[in-house]
Design a binder for this molecule. Structure first.
Ligand code: BGP
Length: 458
């Protein structure tokens, strides 16, 4: 029996843009996803864009009943900045009504809301001002954060500033996967630094309001494993870790950037403009807790040809990806499945980050063509997903037994939802959605997870 600590959070995560729908309803302004889909629909799987979601905006009440049916005691989603403040300044009353009803409904069902402020969905007019490259947008985010705390902070006791802030950096400014599809390391570093600054400012704003909750950040930590113990491989893994994990983990939790990262950026003329006042603000406004999204590890080896030319430098200029011959893949998403990674993350947080309270904010397995696993009662027999969760939870349990301060586990996701580029290709939900009727059907993993949540273990 794997028994988890009393009060452990069992839940699921989602985000506004991926679930709400109503992209053009009730005064919501466009965000970069709405706009990008309008101009380049072919970049999205089967041409399905953010208008076409599970319509949580409409069905949230029934969906909260569905959460109850699988015994969730917590749920994380985000507020859509462009819904709450369509012009960045004036509060949209319809949005306030929606988020109030959503939060109230969750609380009435004994489901703790964890509310995130930014999940990849930059309002379009803010992007036009430069997005995270602009300090004006950092200030605008702070205003948005303050507005959200003032509106909902009497009820929401766990906030997070960002979900995976490295993703817009990587996808939007390093490898042309997300809008604005830039490839420029220098600009990417500015985006990363300003998002970190925005997060710390929001933490400060929250504390200044003296609300009696907690504020954190959600990071996708990808443990970096070297191919071998050779000096070159270890150095390669260290650099990957600096770029993709420690660039947000260290300033968020310890209040400081790793000196090795700063030196590396200096050497390659990639330092953004920083001032002492902002660095102090980051130092003084570290988070109360961490959310960790974990899907896959990163395996690297020493770079084969040395190509560190400053004009075209990218993180990959410092290491090569390593394909571990023993790896087990999720072939649909193309991600390695490595359950022990979660234990290694927990140990790292315990040993190097003051054992800060943290929770698994996303963990899940996206599978294509799940319909083929339907039984005669229309239930998807997703045993592979149950096995995936079970194996991760066993490692998490071991970490907790050894003293890790982990307070919860959220799956990605609750109902199959729209994914940024893959639309509905890979399904992750505890519930399946029929895209034609928008009907939801519990999967076998939903039943299983409900049982685990009810018994606080398995
Ligand atoms: C995380 C994001 C989620 C979600 C998930 C699954 O990085 O926080 O928003 O989408 O990954 O990834 P994908 O949808 O790309 O398969």
């Amino acid at each position: 029996m794997y028994q988890f600590p009393n009060g452990f959070l069992w839940g699921a995560a989602a985000s506004a843009t991926q679930t709400e729908g109503a992209a053009e309803l009730d005064g919501k302004a466009q965000n970069i996803w709405d706009y990008w889909f309008e101009i380049e629909p072919e970049r999205f799987y089967e041409g399905v864009g953010p208008k076409n979601t599970s319509d949580f905006y409409k069905y949230f009440k029934e969906d909260i009943e569905r959460m109850k049916a699988v015994h969730l005691n917590s749920f994380r989603t985000s507020i859509s900045w462009s819904r709450l403040l369509p012009d960045g300044i004036k509060v949209n009353k319809k949005a306030v009504d929606f988020y109030n009803q959503l939060i109230d409904e969750l609380i009435q069902h004994d489901i703790e809301p964890i509310i995130n402020l930014f999940h990849f969905d930059m309002p379009l007019h803010m992007q036009e001002k430069g997005g995270w490259e602009s300090l004006e947008v950092v200030e605008a985010f702070n205003f948005y954060a303050k507005t959200a705390f003032e509106l909902f902070g009497d009820k929401v006791k766990k906030w997070t500033t960002f979900n995976e802030p490295i993703v817009p950096v990587e996808m939007g400014y390093l490898n042309n996967y997300h809008y604005p599809c830039v490839i420029d390391m220098k600009r990417a570093v500015v985006v990363a630094y300003h998002s970190m600054l925005a997060s710390a400012k929001a933490v400060k704003t929250y504390r200044d309001l003296s609300q009696d909750g907690q504020i954190g950040i959600i990071l996708n930590l990808t443990p970096s494993y070297p191919r071998s113990q050779s000096k070159g491989d270890i150095e390669a893994a260290k650099i990957a870790d600096l770029f993709f994990n420690r660039s947000f983990l260290d300033p968020s939790v310890l209040g400081e950037y790793p000196t090795d990262l700063v030196e590396l950026l200096r050497t390659h003329d990639l330092m953004p403009e920083v001032n002492q006042i902002d660095l102090e603000l980051i130092k003084e406004n570290t988070v109360d807790f961490l959310g960790v999204n974990y899907y896959q590890p990163r395996r690297v080896k020493e770079k084969e040809a040395n190509t560190t030319k400053t004009d075209s430098i990218l993180p990959e200029s410092f290491f090569d990806p390593y394909i571990w011959p023993d790896r087990r893949m999720n072939p649909y998403r193309g991600w390695e499945i490595y359950e022990k990674g979660l234990y290694d993350i927990a140990t790292n947080i315990k040993d190097n980050y003051g054992n800060i309270p943290w929770y698994v904010a996303e963990n899940g397995m996206g599978v294509e063509g799940e319909e083929r696993f339907k039984d005669e009662k229309d239930m998807i027999q997703d045993d592979y997903r149950i096995e995936f969760y079970e194996e991760h939870l066993k490692w998490l349990h071991k970490a907790i037994e050894e003293g890790s301060n982990c307070f919860g586990y959220h799956v990605w996701t609750f109902i199959d939802n729209w994914s940024w580029l893959n639309a509905y290709k890979n399904r992750y939900g505890l519930y399946r959605i029929d895209l034609n009727t928008k009907q939801r059907y519990m999967k076998k993993s939903g039943l299983w997870f409900g049982d685990v949540a009810m018994h606080n273990g398995f």
